[in-house]
Design a protein around this ligand. Sequence first.
Ligand SMILES: Cc1cc2nc3c(=O)[nH]c(=O)nc-3n(C[C@H](O)[C@H](O)[C@H](O)COP(=O)(O)OP(=O)(O)OC[C@H]3O[C@@H](n4cnc5c(N)ncnc54)[C@H](O)[C@@H]3O)c2cc1C
Length: 500
Amino acid sequence: MLKKLEIVIVGGGTAGWMCAAALASLAGEKVCNITLVESDEIGSVGVGEATLPHMKFFNDRIGIDEADMMKQTQATIKLGIQFVDWGSLGNSYVHPFGSHGARIDGVEFHQQWARVRHLDAIKPIDAYSFAIQSALQNKFQFPGQDQQNINSTFSYAYHFDAGLYANYLRRFAEQKHVKRVEGKITHITNHPDSGNIASILLESGEKISGDYFIDCSGFRSLLLGKNLQAQFEDWSKWLVCDKAFAVASKVTDELPPYTQSKAKAAGWQWRIPLQHRTGNGYVFCSDFISDDEAANSLLQGINGEALSEPRLLKFTSGRYKKSWTKNCIAVGLASGFLEPLESTSIYLIKASILNFIKLLPGANPQQAILDEYNRLMDIEYERIRDFLILHYHLNQRDDSELWRYCRAMEVPDSLKEKIHLFKHRGYVDSYTYGLFSVPSWVSVLAGQNLVQEGMDPFASKLSVEAASQKLQGIYQNIASALDDTPTHKAFIANYCSARP
Ligand SMILES: Cc1cc2nc3c(=O)[nH]c(=O)nc-3n(C[C@H](O)[C@H](O)[C@H](O)COP(=O)(O)OP(=O)(O)OC[C@H]3O[C@@H](n4cnc5c(N)ncnc54)[C@H](O)[C@@H]3O)c2cc1C
């Protein structure tokens, strides 16, 4: 019979509690005992409020009730991200969680759009996305089930209060017998032969041993980085932002169902609307602006009254090359961080946990298991890295040093190839594993003004007039489907209002 595993999770931020909740729910008591250690004194990073649609998949899979979770975490809906002044000043587009239009006679929508975009009747590509139009009109209803209907062409994610979400998962996990230990880790002991982590020692003198240690200790990376000295791969030459100020503000009348990202002289500013407050932050590169200037710029750029002083966070974009090393699996900020532009960090937490559970071995895993896990995480990280770099690199802004640097910088070959394929033939690789999908790439490539020079030859099977009519038909369909869609505010009030 297989030995029951002892799993120790170090850290109780979003990563720690997502791990605990998923392991307790999907592996359960028969497979493992789970202990989570967190320090109230150290606390968690306290940001990370915008998610991707995979969050819904994760919550559903582990058995979380959506309406209850949204209510308890002051959550709202996110249909995508609006990018303002990226590409060029005055430019605005949305990266939606859904498609633009639909395939036309087997040809991808963006190919037909590129073909007829010069016509007066044809609008920017955003006009043909149900998700984008719903977002910009502040409307939301669950996706329709009929695949033939335009209102089925999107998915959605959440904005939530990260602290409340961690508390929610804590209650969920503790009900499933996860043991929580409060205390500060002061020492880590390794097995003399294997180098595996044997135990952690708390300030109180308590010693906790385990078969596996999941490092969710945040930027400190206590186990993987500090103890096991894993190699960090620094990607800050491409993702140059290294600091952020965050501040919450009072809610305003509007409740947009999307995140806003506004490009600024030395970085970009986020706006994340929750039910009880709005989250704001300025992510910037400290080579191009002082801390004081950045904090002022953030405060000037928010809509409601600030609820506190801006809080400074520092980071380096990059990741540990082997986030599973020996018997330690680092998850969340302890495994790496790619700046928050596309809200990919919590997604990566989900990917790490589910990959770990998928590969969960007995107490003595073969190296092949670790290699496979690290291979999967490599794909995840590198695809996200390229997508993020694209936003910075593909710009025509000439108003500040940051944008000139990013436009001129040498990008990874994998990204060069993607840009080339799109320019040459409007081609975007539709891989099934990892982020991002074709509409995501198209939204940024087209949204930041990269014009396709060639296209899918099959597109010309349809006459220009017929293609133009199809597009206008899609536009009309979206408009009439949205007539019947409630406002986001009304949806929240009916489904998951946090108001007593
Ligand atoms: C500016 C910024 C904006 C972000 N925005 C987003 C976003 O919109 N969407 C998104 O997906 N992600 C975002 N992220 C990332 C997101 O915040 C994190 O992925 C998420 O919060 C998970 O953090 P964590 O649990 O790994 O670390 P933390 O929250 O830092 O938790 C670390 C835990 O380890 C414990 N710990 C540390 N040392 C010890 C010790 N010695 N003893 C005991 N316990 C210890 C701490 O007490 C804490 O419980 C953002 C990050 C930054 C910096």
